[in-house]
Design a protein around this ligand. Structure first.
Ligand SMILES: Nc1ncnc2c1ncn2[C@@H]1O[C@H](COP(=O)(O)OP(=O)(O)OP(=O)(O)O)[C@@H](O)[C@H]1O
Ligand SMILES: [Mg+2]
Length: 375
């Protein structure tokens, strides 16, 4: 039988280099931002509270990568600072967030049953005092914890920990891709007064920078000669049009896979054009992958209901359907819907008929959404 699986013939040198959570070895154009973050964290090295930070920038501007790089350096160079990374798209409660912090401190999960939020907080305070360590939490895409005042309540607990447990110091980093969020409006004054954050801005990459980033990634991930200069410019051009480096990385991966499927050693313009259509789904797929199992189920239900000629749904219709298979309150569902809208998965609109009715519509083809929800 013909050998269909041949690693030697692969056009990829390292397919991982195109995965969404890949941390690149070369991380150019963000020296100023890295320096600002490190200097805010520096007080933690002497056991003092770091300066809290908000990282602002459009999607794909390197906020998460910057934090991951710095956290991995902290892990290998000091025990004074304990970094904990939390993906806020995946966490939906105070308990879930504190359990993540517990796992970061103790390298294992808290007991599955019978532990309260209060006990997790006490454990955190005591552990930090015993270890004389500073906790540094990154709430990545923190804007997703705004519905239901979750971010507010969690920050209140963490940033005021030192009042009850002297010398228990906590710093936070809040990367946000939503440029419109004004934290002074979104958080209570008593939280703002302890947060006192500085802001670090991540500007969009210029065309030459996009070119260099893609070039480095192609070098790390592909066999030589798979993408010609002409095709490379074509890819950079499409990436600029989409405004997101992630689309460019996905475009390279999909185009090379298309060439491989056809048994060709090089990528053609057609490969890129066909893949560009699919790369439009890269945000949706990444967002759905990051959701908790329960949230993914809800989005799956919405997609199921939207397939066919039912693109607009009222929150009431969704509630009735979702409620058949999971326990959720109406207000809990509204918070989730707002979060999904923030993530760009759906949008709110007004239906005009017998008066105005609020409705929601998925922003992507429901069949694609349903299949992404199934995994
Ligand atoms: N300067 C850079 N050099 C190399 N790769 C980069 C650079 N900036 C971003 N990337 C790559 O682009 C992708 C998106 O970056 P990242 O996840 O850090 O963006 P982000 O600002 O956190 O976006 P979002 O707001 O959507 O979460 C990642 O695959 C990352 O490796
Ligand atoms: Mg990010």
């Amino acid at each position: 039988m013909k050998n269909y699986i041949s690693l030697e013939e692969s056009l990829f040198r390292n397919l991982d280099a195109f995965e969404i959570d890949f941390v690149p070895e070369i991380f150019n154009f963000r020296e100023a931002q890295l320096k600002d973050i490190v200097s805010a964290i520096q007080p933690g090295m002497q056991g003092n509270r770091p300066i809290n930070l908000v990282l602002r920038g459009l999607p794909g501007t390197g906020k998460t990568t910057a934090v991951r790089q710095i956290f991995s350096q902290i892990r290998t160079s000091t025990q004074r600072i304990i970094p904990v990374y939390i993906n806020c798209q995946a966490e939906g409660s105070k308990y879930a967030v504190l359990a993540k912090i517990y796992a970061g401190l103790h390298k294992h999960q808290p007991p599955a049953k019978g532990v309260t939020v209060r006990q997790l907080i006490e454990d955190l305070g005591k552990t930090l005092m015993e270890r004389e360590a500073v906790l540094l939490v990154c709430f990545d895409d923190a804007n997703y914890l705004l519905p239901g005042n979750l971010l507010n309540n969690i920050l209140y607990l963490l940033l005021r920990l030192g009042e009850e447990f002297p010398k228990a110091r906590v710093g936070v980093i809040l990367p946000m891709c939503n440029m419109d969020v004004d934290l002074r409006q979104a958080l209570d004054p008593c939280v703002i007064s302890v947060l006192q954050s500085d802001e670090v801005y991540f500007p969009p990459y210029r065309e030459d920078e996009i070119g260099e980033i893609l070039h480095d990634r192609i070098k790390a991930g592909l066999a030589p000669g798979v993408i010609s200069n002409e095709i490379f410019s074509f890819i950079v051009d499409h990436t600029m049009r989409s405004g997101d480096i992630r689309v460019g990385l996905d475009l390279v991966k999909r185009s090379v896979m298309a060439a491989e499927r056809d048994g060709r050693p090089v990528v053609t313009k057609e490969d890129v054009m066909t893949s560009f259509r699919d790369s439009g789904y890269v945000h949706m797929e990444a967002a759905i992958r990051a959701l908790s199992t329960e949230d993914r189920k809800i989005v799956g239900h919405i997609a199921g209901l939207s397939i066919g000629d039912q693109p607009f749904l009222t929150p009431g219709e969704i509630f009735e359907f979702v409620n058949l298979s999971m326990q959720i309150s109406q207000s809990g569902l509204s918070e989730r819907l707002r979060k999904f809208a923030d993530m760009g998965l759906l949008e709110f609109c007004q239906l005009i008929g017998n008066g105005r009715v609020q409705a929601i519509a998925l922003r992507y083809d429901p069949v694609r959404v349903a299949s992404a929800c199934l995994g």
